[in-house]
Each structure stands twice: as C-alpha cells, then as structure tokens.
Design a protein around this ligand. Structure first.
Ligand code: GDD
Ligand code: MG
Length: 361
C-alpha cells in the first residue's frame, strides 16, 4: 500500500500576513511566537507525531526570519528544506515550486493554522477511498472568510468556492481547513511559470475533471491564526487546555506555569497559572503575571504591575502599577507607569506608551 511509505510535507509559509498587522511588520507570520515558540514549530511537532519528518517550507516573503527561527530543524530529528520563490507564486505556485523535492503522497499545510488534527487518520481515509486529493474540512460559524467546500454523502468533493461574496453562494458552513493530501503526480496540473491559487484554480479544476477528490471532516482543535484576535485566542486555548499542547512551552513547568532560566523574581511577585514566563524576565515586587499570560524573553514587569490574559513579546518593559488586560504587545515596547492597556489592543513592536495613558480598542 502506497500509504505505508512515510509521507513528505510542504508547508505554505510565503504569505505576507497582512491581516495580522501590526505584528507581522516585525516578524513573518509563520514564526510569530505562540507561548514563546514559533507557530511553525507546532506544525512540525504535529507532522513528526504522525511520522512525517521530511518537510519543505514554501517561502517567499521574509524567508530569513523563518530560517532564523527554525534553521534546519535537525535538532528535532526532522529534515527541513526551503523552496524560495523569487516573486510570490500564490498557494498553487508555492507548492509547484517545491515539486522537485517531493514525491508520492504529499501533505500540504497552510502555515498559519494551529491544529491537532489526526493526520494518520486522514491519510488512512485518503488511501482507503483511493482519493487523489483529500482536503481537511471543519465546520465554522462564519464561513465567508474561508474556502467553502461541498461534499456528497460519500465525502467526494462537489464544489470548492474560495471566499464567495454573494449571500446566495454561502451554501455550507464546512470550510477548507488548510491541510491537503495530494498525489504529487497531480502537481503537473499547476502552471510553473506564473502565480496560481490552489483554492481558486487547482481544486475546482480537479472537481470539474472528475479526479477522485474527497473531504475529510473530523473533530479536532483548529484555528486560523489570521488576525491579532485569533493570535491571542489561540494562546489562551493552549493555556486553558482547549488546544492540546503539541509542544510544552520553554522553561521549567510547574502546575500550569512555565518559567524560563536566568530571570529574577521578587519574593512577593506572583505568577498565577496558567502562565508562561520567558528567559531572563525580571518580576518586581508585588507584580502579578497571569492567569493566562505569556511574557517574552528579557521582559521586565514593574512593581505592582498586572498582566492578565495578555501576550507580550520579547524585551517588553512594563512600568510600575501598569495594568495589561487581554492585549498583545510587540517586542521592545515600553509601557509607562500606571498605564492601562485594555482588551483587544495590539501594540506594534517598539511602541512607547507614556505614563498613565489608557488604551482601549
Ligand atoms: N509560498 C507561498 N507563496 N505561500 C503563500 C503565498 C505565496 O505566494 N501566499 C499565501 N501563502 C501561504 C500563507 O502564508 C498561508 O500559510 C497560506 O498560504 C494560506 O494563505 P492565507 O493568506 O492565510 O489564506 P486565507 O487564510 O485567507 O485562506 C486560506 O486558508 C483558509 C483556512 O485557514 C485558504 O486556503 C482557505 O480556503 C482556507 O479556508
Ligand atoms: Mg490564513
């Protein structure tokens, strides 16, 4: 059975991450930190868990960021290669550009999803059906920002419509969840010389041509980390146990708190679980970090400051008495004393917030 061969994977990691701005002004979307580890590290962990250790990253935009964060992943026992597009080739062209490095049955993943999908079961389904392309599907509340996928009673794809605009076209709440199994022989159908969309061109053409293609819908945790709200929520899900931690956060874990090395903590500073505190973090007297807080490496939390439901990148300085609630703070931000940063606020890396300022969304 061909399905017994270890599969390879291509991860699409070349998008600009426009909707995740301002966070993606400072760092490529595929490597924004989730609990102080790059997003793609979770995808690599999932693939490895399912026996896929040969992975090609299809990159264009900010490939240096991605290399810096992941390297060759040799330390994870994985083989990681980069297929770099000179100009962005879209989701179809990105896979095509990696085609020389892969063969057989291929996993393709959108590089911005967090999921614990059972890829072994997906592969079994693909093989048992004799499917040539299988799409992981999920039901969602509002399907309009996704690719809508209709299947028949046997699971065979009937229609794929990417982000339809007319209400009459919203015929299902089942969407493309951004993981595919594709027989690489089909990659010949993708043009090599121009950008193309796997969603708008490749899938509809497979359906039109009657190539056996199926949807695989199974319960799983799944989230597209496409905007800052989803980015924060994904980490809250990991901390609260709604999403399985495919990787433990860095640092020493103790009953729902993880604290990195090299930091200092006043005796009366409090870390309230769940919380992740990076390396070399200074926790000043009476400050409170958590519940549900993520503090990046090298940050300082001033006396009496409180950080709850919030995600801080590296080297953030929180002044005394400041309160950060359910917000996302980029790297090297300085929050003045007694400032208040409220729910839904996202601060760009390097921002400076004066003392006693109140920021709300
Ligand atoms: N290599 C490469 N080159 N990758 C790209 C390019 C490109 O030119 N353009 C986008 N990508 C990558 C992105 O980095 C991302 O990982 C993935 O392709 C999907 O692009 P998004 O821009 O995030 O698409 P989306 O979220 O609007 O929609 C996609 O994902 C949904 C599920 O999360 C589609 O696949 C939808 O059909 C799907 O429902
Ligand atoms: Mg996306």
């Amino acid at each position: 059975m061909a399905g017994d061969r270890p599969a390879q994977a291509v991860i699409l990691a070349g998008g600009q991450g426009t909707r995740l701005r301002p966070l993606t002004l400072a760092r490529a979307k595929p490597v924004v930190p989730l609990l102080n580890r790059p997003l793609l590290a979770y995808q690599l962990a999932l693939l490895r868990e399912h026996g896929v250790t040969d992975v090609v990253l299809a990159c264009s935009y900010r490939v240096d960021d991605i290399r810096a964060a992941l390297g060759d992943a040799g330390h994870l026992g994985m083989k990681l290669r980069y297929a770099v597009e000179k100009e962005p080739l879209g989701t179809g062209g990105g896979v095509k550009n990696a085609a020389d490095l892969v063969s057989g049955t291929l996993f393709v993943l959108n590089g911005d999803i967090l999921t614990d999908a059972d890829l072994t079961a997906m592969r079994r389904y693909h093989t048992e059906r004799g499917s040539r392309t299988t799409i992981f599907l999920q039901p969602v509340d509002d399907p309009r920002q996704y690719g809508l996928v209709e299947t028949d009673a046997t699971g065979r794809l009937g229609r794929f419509r990417e982000k339809p605009t007319a209400d009459a076209e919203i015929t299902t709440d089942t969407v493309n969840a951004g993981i595919y199994l594709i027989e690489t022989a089909l990659l010949g159908r993708i043009p090599a010389d121009r950008p193309s969309s796997i969603e708008r061109e490749f899938f509809p053409a497979l359906i039109a041509d009657g190539v056996p293609s199926y949807g695989w819908c199974a319960p799983a945790y799944w989230r597209d980390i496409g905007n800052p709200g989803a980015y924060r929520e994904a980490q809250m899900d990991l901390l609260a146990g709604r999403a399985r931690m495919l990787l433990p956060p860095p640092g020493q874990g103790d009953q729902g708190s993880w604290v990195g090395a090299g930091g200092t903590a006043a005796r009366d500073a409090r870390v309230v679980p769940p919380a992740v505190v990076g390396q070399r973090v200074a926790l000043h007297p009476r400050c409170q970090v958590g519940p549900a807080a993520v503090i990046g490496d090298g940050s300082t939390i001033g006396p009496d400051a409180r950080v709850e439901g919030a995600v801080l990148w590296e080297r953030v300085e929180v002044g005394s008495g400041a309160v950060l609630h359910e917000c996302v703070i980029g790297a090297d931000v300085k929050i003045g004393a007694h400032a208040r940063v409220g729910s839904g606020v996202v601060l760009e890396s390097g921002a400076v917030i004066p003392e006693r300022t109140t920021l709300t969304r």
